[in-house]
Design a protein around this ligand. Structure first.
Ligand code: AMP
Ligand code: ZN
Ligand code: FE
Ligand code: FE
Length: 285
């Protein structure tokens, strides 16, 4: 069983449509794929409609959170997408991404970069707009050679010259909301230090005590030593350990199934969830 529990589509900042994502997941030999767009569940219907037989879809989202001034991402799985409180919080974060992206365009204009909101909006399309879309505009304009080159202090990384904060949820509140919607929470790439400041182990312990289910350990942004440390921490705290690609289509270099989750851990996630069931593929459109 090959299980990849963290993938993005055009419903946020991935480049595959939800239908392309599930087809590519099947072609990559995956048995289970999770759709975890940033602060959005809008890709679910298209992914389910296109789901090839032999592939199971885990519905989810990656929630933008912040604790003690540090941004972090919380993966949420198999929650009820219609549960009103969590839905309202997702919409609050997603809607605030628009004025925030406009703010980053304004900062870039002040820095002499002729990017426009229309350009960023075209790149983002229907997806919840984020820094990777702004970064793609900078690539189009020849300001930086690749999307990841835009994530520096000169441009878009946390605290960078053109960085603007967005509303982000308190992770303790996110855990409470996801649980109330029947879902399971996994702290995404908790030690991805190249993205900015990371939360200390003491905060992970507090999140575990508040009901966090697991941490993502096998991820491209964690080196071997970091993974070993996180595995030990998970064992100490009784947390599940996951692995996943954090696939973004052509916007990042990672490939589907680059890292995977143990089938027993996947089984435990599905047992804990009560808000939604994994969707078995029926052939697709
Ligand atoms: P946002 O949610 O708009 O603040 O953008 C965060 C997203 O930017 C993350 O989910 C990543 O996909 C991407 N990102 C953050 N840091 C980097 C980086 N150093 N290189 C490439 N992409 C990054
Ligand atoms: Zn992303
Ligand atoms: Fe993330
Ligand atoms: Fe992600």
């Amino acid at each position: 069983m090959r299980i990849d529990l963290h993938c993005h589509s055009t419903a946020s900042d991935g480049t595959d449509t939800p239908a392309e994502l599930v087809r590519n997941a099947a072609a990559a030999g995956l048995d289970v794929v999770a759709l975890t767009d940033h602060d959005s569940t809008r890709g679910y219907a298209e992914a389910i409609a296109a789901l090839p037989s032999g592939l199971t879809l885990v519905t989810g989202a990656e929630l933008s959170c912040r604790v003690d001034g540090i941004s972090m991402h919380m993966l949420a799985y198999l929650f009820d997408p219609d549960e009103p409180a969590l839905l309202a919080e997702r919409e609050l974060v997603r809607d605030d991404r628009v004025p925030r992206a406009r703010g980053m365009v304004a900062r870039l204009n002040e820095l002499g970069v002729p990017v426009t909101w229309e350009q960023v909006a075209r790149i983002a399309g229907e997806g919840s707009v984020g820094r990777p879309h702004v970064a793609t505009a900078l690539v189009e304009l020849g300001v930086v050679p690749t999307v990841s080159d835009a994530f520096t202090q000169d441009w878009l990384s946390d605290g960078g010259r053109a960085y603007v904060e967005k509303h982000e949820t308190d992770p303790f509140e996110a855990i409470r909301l996801v649980k109330a919607a029947g879902g399971v929470t996994v702290f995404a790439h908790p030690a991805a230090s190249k993205r900015g400041r990371t939360v200390p182990e003491s905060a992970i312990a507090e999140l575990a005590a508040a009901g966090l289910d697991g941490i993502e350990v096998d991820h491209m942004d964690h080196d071997d030593d970091t993974r070993a440390r996180l595995r030990g921490l998970a064992a100490d705290l009784g947390l599940l350990v996951t692995g996943s690609s954090d696939y973004h289509g052509s916007r990042k270099t990672c490939v589907l199934g680059e890292y995977t989750t143990d089938p027993e851990v996947y089984g435990e996630i599905t047992r804990r969830a009560t808000g939604a069931f994994p969707v078995p593929g029926t052939g697709g459109a």
